[in-house]
Write a protein that binds this ligand. Structure first.
Ligand SMILES: *Cc1c(COP(=O)(O)O)cnc(C)c1O
Length: 219
């Protein structure tokens, strides 16, 4: 199927109230433009360098989300234009985003990335750390960021119960923090597991290969 057909198929599967972040990493600007032309405005990239190369070549009303691990020394390259940083996994990074956002007189939206997977390698905050950071945010420590929600990735496994269990942990945290102060976005689910994520309460999904096709890292 073509990218356009894939995109329409995914849109058809998604309930209206679920935000779609089209994950375009490793795919060319021409492919992003194709999906943009069908009405998509929210795109996700996981590398700063790739994003800063693509950004000037594409329409300015795209809302760019950074979804990959972000080093503090790279925040400055995206602070002027990034819509949402989904992958905030330390206080140090939060401070840096806050500082760079202030330089541009902006408020940058961020999601706290929480470690829910069993796998060792995944980045993310422990639940207690996420609670602490949210608490500091509510107390007004970060003037130039808005914590709008949480992001998480489930273990890469065939075991649907495992995935469901992990997403539910994040949904519970989301509900708990939302009672203190309302948050908008619960970002969980990728090409292989977004239907489960939605069942578990996600209202934003990050879909790459199911739209753009498989990523070819050899190029
Ligand atoms: C690559 C990536 C996705 C999209 O993955 P697909 O399986 O291609 O849909 C979603 N979230 C994050 C954090 C990613 O790095």
């Amino acid at each position: 199927m073509s990218i356009q057909e894939n995109y329409k198929e995914i849109k058809n599967q998604l309930p209206e109230n679920i935000e779609l972040v089209a994950v375009s990493k490793t795919h060319p600007v021409s492919s992003i433009q194709e999906v943009y032309d069908l009405g998509q405005r929210v795109f996700g990239e996981n590398k700063v360098q790739e994003l800063t190369e693509k950004y000037p070549l594409l329409p300015k009303d795209i809302q760019w989300h950074l979804i990959g691990h972000l080093q503090t020394n790279k925040v400055k390259y995206i602070a002027e234009f990034i819509d949402t940083i989904q992958s905030v996994d330390s206080e140090k990074l939060l401070n840096e985003i806050n500082k760079e956002a202030a330089k541009h007189n902006r408020k940058i939206k961020v999601l706290l990335q929480v470690k829910i997977a069993e796998e060792e390698s995944k980045f993310g905050l422990e639940i207690s750390e996420a609670k602490d950071l949210f608490d500091k945010f509510i107390k007004g420590e970060f003037t130039n960021i808005q914590i709008t929600g949480l992001m998480g990735m489930a273990t890469f496994t065939e075991d649907q119960n495992q995935i469901r269990k992990e997403f539910s942990v994040l949904k519970n945290l989301f509900d708990e923090l939302s009672q203190i102060q309302k948050m908008e976005t619960l970002s969980m689910g990728m090409s292989d597991d977004f239907p489960i994520a939605i069942e578990c309460g996600a209202n934003s999904v990050r879909v790459g290969s199911a739209i753009f096709g498989r990523r070819d890292y050899s190029k």
